[in-house]
Design a protein around this ligand. Structure first.
Ligand code: ADP
Length: 752
């Protein structure tokens, strides 16, 4: 009979299981460091459930340093594996014994629906396994009593975004980045040769990646498991649609197919079948690209780094607060906030969605995916039309002007494209104002047609033109005349702070100039993310990803030397990019204007750096918002640290500058821009049709869109510093602090 295991003291374990996903590493880092910060011992179980079943060296104690330098790595550094043994009672019993033997009483599992189902099963059967182990003499009653149960928490890690209970699974955003980049690249070659491409993306049971990538790239058609083609005539209709697109002026055609796509009868529709159908119908060569595992690989996106970090942190807080016997929880994100739900319910609902698809209950499957999935599907079906629906004969055709104001932000073109097409499809006239307010003053207004915005989804910069001018003095009269002459019924201003200020000033001139008595709506688009009434603005995600990519490279440039970087990021007086950039890159110090910086702070930070480098640290990273302090500038800080660092370390500054405003928009920014533009156009049409001259701004509030009245602007903002009075992301500050530097453990001061 084997000897009963010796029980060690209480520990928290983490494992990653099933298909790997980018973002698992940031989650592991957050779990380990939060646990250490709370004074809890933590072990990583390598190779997922297989490690749990095998035990022994698969249980590895973790310290602060063991998760240094992993934030930017794809996959999972602690390994993942499929484990057929876990499907058997014996396998799960072995896992229970190993957990008890290694003193693990709290377990965090990161994985897909299979792994989380397995984890749920382990928890449910725990007591049966313990009883069986005792009966077999493999566990003493004494040891069993010392470990009355296991507290379990799950995080959904899967690129497919197929798990109920979280808006996003770990890895889905990065996969969307990969797919979007690939389709953008294919679109340019397809356009050069007037070709048709079929692109197969992952998603056996879930069409999220296919739907969102089609929306983000302006593809012509999409096949997803949740909504099969209406009938068996789909090849004919698809060919007709693509032909109509070509006649309307499209040069490229892209069809996105989810790997799990099928028809009404449940028969698979493979990407090669779509290709063959198109070749036959269009009588031309059609190229097929199966994206495969590139979708899974590579560095996690900024969102996957920050979300996974916050999830990992929250999972530790939850698993430590829970008591043995409490039902396992899933920690996820809902409407941009961390939420927890019973894991059993999430597993059940995820299975229900898969079952609904398998049984052909597509309406149920769509309902289980949530409201925004169906909403995006509907938006896509309008945007991918080759031409707008004809206006109704009795309809009043509104004239809606679109203009930009402020600085360029990636995603502005995407917003204009969506606004123009949705407005045209609703039967109205869409007017584009060139070069912002300056163009409005000069009367540079053109009618925009359906094809005039072709290809704008992925284009960085600002095709309509933009400037920072704000109306003053005689401008009001000139603009009022222009609005009257061009019979503008409603105005959409897409931009940053100056857009809001411009609309607010027009509002104040309504008595003097009745032409301003039209509905006006601002759409937040600035990388600074400093606008009232919206938690996120279009462009901020792209800027954050540009920062993350640049900092990853900067860090790599210093592999061999003792070097500290002071990186300056944009944001004006708003520290969003600095704080989120710091969270996503593992900066040990972030300077924000909101918090200020004193000489005493600089001294403390310097002491920390000196201490770190003396203890073996090789790389330091500090992120500074551009307006943190006008005296303690980036060059000043760099020189100060360099001088005081002596021979211990060198200091280099990197002012990232305008690369943050450029670049092709990320999928998130494209989807946000499209979603906000849709709501804006609907709102403006509604207001103008009912003769309401509101002046408002749209925003994202807890994940849903809302409209704020611009008359409330003065009481919502710190006008001097051009930022909202309340900034939700400042609540993440303490987490950034915990993860950046070990607490009272000087021996572990090595970092990054
Ligand atoms: P994912 O977690 O990415 O969905 P899988 O479906 O392959 O990946 O599941 C990962 C592992 O979880 C499997 O290898 C198996 O060990 C375990 N597992 C999955 N489903 C079950 C189940 N119903 N019962 C027990 N273990 C399961």
């Amino acid at each position: 009979m084997p000897a009963a295991p010796a029980i060690r003291h209480e520990r928290l374990a983490i494992l990653t299981s099933g298909g790997d996903a980018p973002g698992m590493n940031p989650a592991i880092r957050a779990v380990v460091r939060t646990a250490l910060d709370r004074g809890v011992e933590v072990v990583a179980v390598s190779e997922g459930l297989r490690g749990l079943v095998s035990g022994g060296e698969h249980f590895r104690p973790m310290d602060w340093e063991s998760v240094g330098g992993i934030l930017h790595l794809g996959g999972t550094v602690i390994g993942s594996a499929r484990c057929p043994e876990f499907r058997s009672l014996e396998g799960r019993q072995a896992a229970v014994r190993n957990l008890i033997e290694h003193g693990v009483s709290r377990l965090i599992v990161i994985g897909g629906d299979g792994s989380l189902t397995a984890a749920h099963l382990l928890h449910r059967e725990w007591h049966d396994h313990v009883a069986a182990l005792i009966a077999a003499g493999r566990l003493s009653t004494h040891d069993a009593e010392a470990r009355p149960g296991i507290v379990l928490t799950g995080l959904a890690g899967s690129i497919d975004n197929d798990f109920y209970g979280t808006d996003m699974t770990i890895g889905a955003d990065t996969a969307l980045h990969r797919i979007t980049q690939a389709i953008d690249a294919l679109s340019s070659t397809a356009a050069s040769h007037q070709r048709t491409f079929v692109v197969e993306v992952m998603g056996r049971n879930c069409g999220y990646l296919a739907l969102m990538s089609a929306l983000a790239t302006g593809a012509d058609a999409v096949f997803i498991p949740e909504q099969p083609p209406e009938d068996d005539e789909w090849p004919q209709r698809l060919c007709d649609r693509l032909r109509a697109g070509r006649l309307a002026g499209r040069r490229d055609s892209i069809v996105v197919v989810a790997e799990g796509a099928h028809d009404r009868h449940g028969r698979p529709i493979s990407s090669s079948e779509v290709r063959d159908a198109l070749e036959r119908g269009l009588a031309e060569e059609v190229r097929l690209t199966i994206l495969g595992h590139v979708q899974r690989g590579g560095a996690p996106s900024a969102f996957d780094r920050t979300m996974s970090t916050l999830l990992g942190h929250a999972a530790v807080e939850q698993v430590l607060a829970a008591e043995s016997g409490d039902p396992p929880q899933l920690i996820g994100v809902r409407n941009n906030r961390i939420q927890q739900l019973p894991l059993a319910h999430c597993v059940e609902q995820s299975e229900a969605a898969t079952r609904a698809i398998a049984e052909g209950r597509h309406a149920d499957a769509l309902r289980l995916r949530g409201g925004s999935f169906s909403d995006n599907l509907e938006t896509l079906s309008t945007l991918l039309r080759s031409l707008p629906s004809p206006p109704r004969p009795d309809q009043r055709r509104l004239r809606i002007a679109v203009l930009h104001s402020g600085a360029p932000a990636p995603g502005m073109n995407t917003a204009v494209r969506a606004a123009v097409r949705l407005g045209l499809d609703a039967g109205h006239v869409m007017l584009g104002v060139r070069n912002g307010l300056a163009g409005l003053l000069e009367g540079r207004i053109d009618e925009l047609g359906w094809m005039s915005v072709r290809g704008w989804t992925s284009r960085g910069g600002c095709e309509l033109g933009i400037n920072r001018k704000i109306p003053t003095g005689h401008d009001y009269y000139t603009i009022a005349r222009t609005l009257e002459d061009r019979r503008v019924d409603a105005m959409l201003i897409i931009g940053g702070w100056t857009a809001y200020e411009t609309a607010f000033r027009f509002l104040g001139k309504r008595e003097a100039f009745p032409a301003f008595n039209i509905p006006m709506l601002c759409l937040p688009a600035t990388i600074n993310n400093n606008l009232p009434g919206s938690e996120l603005s279009v462009g901020a995600d792209t800027a954050l990803n540009s920062i993350v990519e640049a900092v990853d490279k900067i860090k790599q440039s210093a592999v061999a030397s003792n070097r500290c970087f002071v990186v300056e990021v944009m944001g004006r007086y708003c520290g969003y990019l600095a704080l989120m950039g710091g969270l996503s890159t593992g900066a040990e110090r972030v300077y924000l204007h909101e918090e200020g910086v004193s000489l005493a702070d600089l001294k403390a930070d310097l002491d920390h750096l000196v201490h770190g480098f003396k203890s073996g640290k090789r790389l330091g990273l500090i992120i500074r918002n551009e307006e943190t302090n006008s005296t303690y500038t980036t060059p000043f800080m760099a020189r100060l640290f360099e001088e005081e660092g002596g021979d211990l370390f060198e200091v280099r500054q990197a002012i990232l500058g305008h690369l943050q405003q450029g670049g092709s928009p990320t999928p998130f920014d494209r989807i946000l821009a499209t979603r906000l533009a849709k709501r804006c156009i609907n709102h403006l049409i509604d207001e103008a049709t009912h003769g309401r001259a509101s002046a408002s701004a749209i925003g994202l509030d807890g994940g849903t869109t809302r409209i704020i009245d611009l008359r409330d602007l003065p009481r919502m903002v710190d006008a001097e510093h051009q930022r909202p009075l309340e900034q939700w992301w400042l609540g993440l500050r303490p987490i950034a602090r915990i993860l950046a530097q070990p607490g009272p453990r000087p021996s572990m001061a090595r970092e990054l």
